[in-house]
Design a protein around this ligand. Structure first.
Ligand SMILES: NC(=O)c1ccc[n+]([C@@H]2O[C@H](COP(=O)([O-])OP(=O)(O)OC[C@H]3O[C@@H](n4cnc5c(N)ncnc54)[C@H](OP(=O)(O)O)[C@@H]3O)[C@@H](O)[C@H]2O)c1
Length: 242
C-alpha cells in the first residue's frame, strides 16, 4: 500500500469518540492521514483527541458536532479545512439505533434516528463536497448496515434510515463519480461496540470488531483511481445458529 494514499491526507470522521468511528480515525492516523474527530459530547471529543494524539504520524483535531444540526456540520468541515488546508475523505459514521415495534415507537425516537442516520449524512456531505471537488480525488464513506436491506421486527426506524442511506449513497455515487469523488456504502452486520444498550460484550467474540470496519476503509482507499467499490457488505463469519 503506497503511503501517499494516506500520507498528509485529511479526513473527517463523524461519531468518532468510540466504536467504528474511533477505529477508523485510529487506522487513518497510523497511516499518516490527519483526522478530525467528532461527536456531540465535547468532553469525550477532547479526550479522544488526546488519546489518539500519539498514534500518528497523522495529526488529530478535536471538533464537536451534532450531525443533526446543519450549521454544526458546516462548521465541522470548515474546522478541518482551516486547520489542514484541504479535505480528502469524509466518513459519515455517526449513527444510532433505537429498537421498538411500530406500535411502541415514539415519534421522538423515529425523528432522532432519521435526523442522525440520514439527515446528518446529507448535511455533512453538502458541506464537504465543494472541498472534495477541489481535490484530485475525494472519497465519502457512508456507514450503512445490513439492516439497510434486511428488515427485522423492531427495526422500523433503523431499517428505514439505513435503507434510505443505501439509496442515498448510490445516488450520490452516480452524481459525484464524474467529478473524481468516490462514494461507498459500507454495510456491516453485528459489530461489538457501544451501539447496543449494554455496550460491548467480551463474550460476543463471534461479532465483528470495529477494526475490521476500519480495515475495509483503508483497504478500499488503496484501490486505483479507476476503481470504485461502491458497496461492501461485511458480516461475522460464524454467528450463533438461529
Ligand atoms: N455496531 C453495529 O453492530 C453496527 C452494525 C452496522 C452498522 N453500524 C453503524 O455504525 C455506525 C457507528 O456505530 P457504532 O457501532 O460504532 O456505535 P457507537 O459505539 O454507539 O458509536 C456511535 C458514535 O456516534 C456518535 N453520535 C451519535 N449520535 C450523534 C450525533 N447526532 N451527532 C454526532 N455524533 C453522534 C456517538 O457519540 P455521542 O453519543 O457522544 O454523540 C459515538 O461516537 C452507526 O452509523 C451504526 O448505525 C453499527
Amino acid at each position: 500500500m503506497a503511503d501517499d494514499i494516506f500520507d498528509g491526507r485529511v479526513a473527517v470522521v463523524t461519531g468518532s469518540t468510540r466504536g467504528i468511528g474511533r477505529a477508523v480515525a485510529e487506522a487513518l492516523l497510523r497511516r499518516g492521514t490527519h483526522v478530525v474527530v467528532s461527536s456531540r459530547d465535547t468532553r469525550r471529543v477532547a479526550e479522544t483527541a488526546e488519546a489518539l494524539a500519539e498514534v500518528g504520524p497523522g495529526r488529530v483535531l478535536a471538533h464537536p458536532c451534532d450531525v443533526r444540526q446543519p450549521e454544526a456540520c458546516h462548521a465541522l468541515i470548515r474546522a478541518a479545512v482551516d486547520e489542514f488546508g484541504v479535505l480528502d475523505v469524509l466518513v459519515n459514521n455517526a449513527g444510532l439505533g433505537r429498537f421498538a415495534a411500530i406500535q411502541e415507537m415514539e415519534a421522538e425516537s423515529w425523528n432522532q434516528q432519521i435526523r442522525t442516520n440520514l439527515d446528518g449524512v446529507f448535511h455533512c456531505s453538502k458541506a464537504a463536497i465543494p472541498h472534495l471537488q477541489a481535490q484530485d480525488g475525494g472519497w465519502i464513506f457512508n456507514i450503512g448496515s445490513l439492516a439497510g436491506r434486511n428488515a427485522f421486527s423492531g427495526g422500523v426506524a433503523y431499517n428505514a434510515s439505513k435503507w434510505g442511506l443505501l439509496g442515498m449513497t448510490e445516488a450520490m455515487m452516480l452524481d459525484l463519480r464524474h467529478e473524481g469523488i468516490r462514494v461507498t456504502c459500507i454495510m456491516p452486520g453485528s459489530v461489538n461496540t457501544h451501539f447496543f444498550e449494554d455496550g460491548p460484550d467480551p463474550f460476543d467474540d463471534w461479532k465483528l470488531q470495529s477494526a475490521d470496519i476500519a480495515r475495509v476503509i483503508t483497504d478500499l482507499m488503496a484501490f486505483p483511481d479507476r476503481a470504485l467499490p461502491s458497496k461492501v457488505e461485511i458480516r461475522p463469519s460464524r454467528p450463533p445458529r438461529k
